[in-house]
Design a protein around this ligand. Sequence first.
Ligand SMILES: Nc1ncnc2c1ncn2[C@@H]1O[C@H](COP(=O)(O)OP(=O)(O)OP(=O)(O)O)[C@@H](O)[C@H]1O
Length: 199
Amino acid sequence: MTNIIEIKHVYKNFYTDDGEISVLKDVNLTLQKGKILAILGPSGSGKSTILNLLTNLIEPTSGEVKIDGKIGYMFQKDHLLEWRTIIDNITLGLEIQHAKTQESMQKIERLLKMYDLWEFRSRFPKELSGGMRQRVALIRTLATNPDILLLDEPFSALDYQTRLLVSDDIYKIIKNEHKEAVLVTHDISEAISLKWKHF
Ligand SMILES: Nc1ncnc2c1ncn2[C@@H]1O[C@H](COP(=O)(O)OP(=O)(O)OP(=O)(O)O)[C@@H](O)[C@H]1O
């Protein structure tokens, strides 16, 4: 199996006014092609530090971080702009990257139709349910053609019932679109929700 993410013997120390703190100690993990990886840990255990290493925002103190592909993010909050329509929210990233092409618009049309959002394309975020908003946020990320999705507690803002439905939808979309994902969470139910989904 090909590894598209490899973290090998990674240590990360931070230097503060109170001295040096060791946050990651000999962390090893791999993400194989076609898989979703869940990283579970309590607040302060270093999850964001791992995400920051994966996005190259910071360097490890020692060890190796290898990523084979382009990263896209999905956050706890959907960060949709309330004054832009659904389609205009989705194309925002492409506009910023000057990558709004006929091909990218066709892709967005396919995604919106496939995931039951096409009729809502001219609506505003406040008219959509929490689950629909999360699907829009994922399509906005997918529109920029990432290979690997980083999901940072993507469902924790949703109530339990909605979370079950939405997490199901989101994982199905990730699998259908042949993406890999790293899910970071402090919520054990969010992490184990992956275990009982049989893709
Ligand atoms: N730039 C930094 N300088 C100093 N200390 C830092 C820095 N970044 C993180 N830390 C410390 O490293 C530890 C781990 O932080 P991190 O944000 O990675 O944890 P986390 O598991 O993501 O927590 P949370 O779920 O609360 O976001 C914390 O003690 C934090 O204070």
